[in-house]
Design a protein around this ligand. Sequence first.
Ligand code: MCA
Ligand code: AMP
Length: 505
Amino acid sequence: MPNPLFDALFAPHLDRETPFLIMDGTDDLTHGAFLREASRYAHTLVAMGLAPGDRLAAQVDKSPEALAVYAACIMAGVVFLPLNTGYTHLEVDYFIENSGARLVLGRADALDELHRDCNRMGVRFETLEADGSGSFPEAATFQPTHFDPVDRDAEDVAALLYTSGTTGLSKGAMLSHRNLLSNTEVLTEYWRFSSDDVLIHALPIFHTHGLFVASNIALLSGAAMIFLPRFNLDHVLAALPRATTMMGVPTFYTRLLDHPDFTKDLCATMRLFISGSAPLLSETHRAFEERTGHRILERYGMTETNMNSSNPYEGERRPGTVGFPLPEVELKVTDPDTGETLPTGEVGMIEVRGPNVFKGYWQMPEKTAEELRADGFFITGDLGTISEDGYVTIVGRSKDLVISGGFNIYPKDVEQVLDDLPGVLESAVIGAPHPDFGESVVAALVPEQGAVLDISDIEAGISAHLARFKQPRHYEILDELPRNTMGKVQKKKLRKTYKDVFKGS
Ligand code: MCA
Ligand code: AMP
């Protein structure tokens, strides 16, 4: 019985007692041990009444057990819905309700709020802690260590990843077995991953980058991962001499460069550093090469499309570009108004088509139709150009989005919360360059007539509603927002005015 992701990522490793998750301080896990754990979890999902196609939402810390939940979902045909651990319970409520999740896995510290919300919504709640304990793994203790995978078609949805938009409405991107597997196969070959590799995994596993790009490639190739709970500079420096590859967001690389212990010698066993999720500055690329002799390989992706383009493994890794469209991926630059393909070298909307492109937004056919053309091209919202020799460069975004340390923040999400605060007439949220996070959030606030705004009240007012990473790091109080003749807020003007607010921070 076929189950494409199981067959490719798990089946070859079922009895392999080779290192898979290298844990600092706790027990390492072999491929076989990891899959036995995932099998017990898959039985537990069935015992808890989950059927193929049901959704499981997980807001849990990174751990081998959390990754095993993902694997268990693939085995049992349950749709995996990972959630940023920074989200507040009010943010999480939306995802649970919108997805119709049958089971929510959370941390015990969420018991009061998230558990209560789940009770109200009639959704089962179980715990999974950072150390692998909790009511869910406990329920799995005596389950069998072998699970016959549920039959799945390549077009069946394997995961639902929520991504916000300029309208401030989060949409669940439906990713099929085919979407995930085709991209993993292409990348594994493109970046030459094999069972000889040891990947430093310091990314969160609730996003495409850490979950699908990193973990799926490691599973397909049989590589091991040094599985760090988060990006901690000392731990990454300690891991480097035992590793061959690393994947990270640009902040990882600027933080490494800021540390005097980060030297060429430390990278002696490394063959590849990969960057993505946000623009890598050319100066970072050059400084990295100067320090280590390695040219960071930059690639470009999206939640809806997985990876679209990559600099080459062999050949020129060109700073400031995201390389060539991946095999099987078509990428074109179009006129944003007409959709017509533009001549080579002109800047326009990047559109992408291929087996990597998602199936659409969960129960939102109109939103899907706005961004996914009938001919299969997805309108990315990224503005870019393709050079004569085929390199893709992203020059900006038509979507209103801030990317801070690789996390996406949609200004509309933040503005909606700020606008609801007492004394706030209106707000405009923008991104400004930030030396550590690449970009960080700035809010311009206009008070209601006669109101005096106190920033600490504003900060307190938003904290229950917005994950910490979305909260503005700088506020400006203005008499009015700059607008054009059509009455539209001129964010470009605000970005220019406040471009230096984080300089030196
Ligand atoms: C943490 N904080 C942040 C961020 N991360 N604030 C803004 N932006 C962030 N990215 C908050 C913390 O809550 C804390 O708040 C304060 O900032 C300082 O935290 P710090 O210790 O400096 O942060 P950290 O824990 O070291 O995390 C920074 C990080 C992390 C390592 C850059 O954010 C990270 O791992 N980012 C990777 C994101 C990622 O995987 N993106 C891929 C998306 P306070 O001090 O007030 O409590 S997938 C994607 O984009 C596509 C598909 C693609 O192409 O890959
Ligand atoms: P998300 O869909 O939330 O994962 O974010 C995807 C967005 O991240 C893309 O649409 C781009 O705007 C941005 N992105 C990803 N990789 C890169 C990159 N290498 N350079 C510039 N932007 C990137």
